[in-house]
Design a protein around this ligand. Structure first.
Ligand code: UD1
Length: 379
């Protein structure tokens, strides 16, 4: 019988990184693909589902306003309990480090269903940074049976955590697969905001949303952005503002209706890639953007205390700048003024993958089931 793989996700980044894998499953004879979404995010998830034309077989629709981690976890678990009884999948595939990812891996364990973990092995080794993602991904590692590591460093991290090497597969990050497919269509996704910005301007693109940056750090970030625009008359700022009300409150209070600052509703994925390609510089706390920007040759300043993606920093394409107003301002100002420093950070490099990760994941899963069928335990 064809093994049934249930892919479970809930937020925008998971959807972007799993879309190429689901597409690959659909082309792969030998895998029966099912998709379930928790709906941890609503609008931002649906944007990606529409874009990649993915129609979930089940939607738990758990999102509520100002949801807590307890609510996301318990609602996901109770929705998945029923779904797994009905679907009886042979493998559950999860991605990354969201609470949906952890809850889905845990519910698979309760039903004794094997778990495949895409983007396994990212670590900061700091329990509360990022919060709760560092623990979500560590707990998922403990529950997973197949670990798809995006980089050699991620593989090394998994080995350090005691994962047997034969269960780890170095695949590359599926974000590169998604990015390559979207680059073919981005020209159709130019945002009208660009018409308001002179072609000689230097665009700074911003996206921030992390829980550990809510409150004071987000205020610091906004103050730094405000100062950059005031001091550099050629700078125009485009900020794709996350749907989280706690992000919106700070960003709109600090930056709304200011000259040369454009606050946008979360733009769809191809538009975000288009805006990245037009930006002079990118400031973010997002994981996905840290992975995309080096492929586009755009310097990225990471406004966090720590990163689980040191590969971009090592390659010279990203720099960790924290959330101190002065530090963010000085680092960005340096890249605006110092041509040499800017050029050093804008070489196209791709430490995260070659665009074939999804193919590898599908092949490995097929092989995993084939081997299982061949294996007859001693009676
Ligand atoms: C979540 C993930 C984080 C991931 C991020 C990507 C957890 C704990 N966090 O963080 O790892 O990097 O997604 O965006 O899993 N909202 C909407 N509409 C949407 C999306 C969000 O209204 O389409 C609002 C909801 O009111 C929600 C709030 O945003 O309460 C926060 O969303 P939540 O999923 O709890 O956390 P994020 O900070 O988005």
């Amino acid at each position: 019988m064809t093994p049934k793989v249930l892919t479970v996700f809930g937020t925008r980044p998971e959807a972007i990184k799993l879309a190429p894998v689901i597409k690959e499953f659909q082309k792969t004879a030998g895998i029966c693909s099912r998709v379930a979404v928790t709906g941890q995010h609503r609008q931002m998830l649906d944007q990606v589902l529409d874009l990649f034309k993915i129609k979930p077989d089940a939607d738990l629709n758990i999102m509520s306003n100002n949801q807590t981690l307890f609510q996301i976890t318990t609602r996901s678990l109770s929705g998945l309990e029923k779904l797994l009884v009905k679907e009886k999948p042979d493998l559950i595939l999860v991605q990354g480090d969201t609470t949906t990812c952890f809850a889905a891996a845990l519910s698979a364990f309760y039903h004794q269903i094997p778990v495949g973990h895409v983007e396994a092995g990212l670590r900061t080794d700091d329990k509360y940074n990022p919060f709760p993602e560092e623990m979500n991904r560590r707990l998922t590692t403990v529950l997973a049976d197949l670990h798809f590591a995006p980089t050699a460093l991620a593989k090394k991290n998994l080995i350090s955590c005691g994962v047997p090497e034969k269960k780890i597969f170095l695949t590359g990050n599926t974000i590169v697969d998604a990015l390559q497919s979207i680059l073919k269509v981005i020209e159709k996704h130019a945002h009208p905001v660009l018409k308001k910005i002179p072609s000689s301007a230097k665009i700074i693109l911003v996206e921030t949303h992390r829980r550990e940056n809510l409150g004071k750090p987000m205020e610091n970030i906004c103050d730094a952005l405000d100062k950059l625009v005031r001091i550099f008359p050629n700078v125009h700022l485009i900020f794709s503002v996350h749907k989280n009300p706690k992000v919106r409150e700070t960003v709109y209070r600090k930056l709304d209706k200011k000259e040369r600052i454009f606050l946008l509703e979360p733009v769809d994925y191809p538009t975000l890639i288009y805006l990245q390609s037009k930006a002079y510089l990118i400031l973010t706390d997002s994981g996905g953007i840290q992975e995309e920007a080096p492929s586009l040759g755009k310097p990225v300043l990471v406004m966090r205390k720590t990163t689980e993606r040191p590969e971009g920093v090592k390659a010279g394409a990203a720099k960790l700048v924290g959330t101190d107003t002065k530090k963010i301002f000085l680092e960005a100002a340096n890249l605006l003024k110092n041509k040499k420093a800017y050029e050093k950070m804008s070489r196209i490099t791709n430490p995260y993958g070659d665009g074939k990760a999804s193919k590898r994941i599908a092949e490995i899963i097929k092989f995993y089931f084939k081997k299982k069928q061949l294996f007859t335990p001693l009676q």
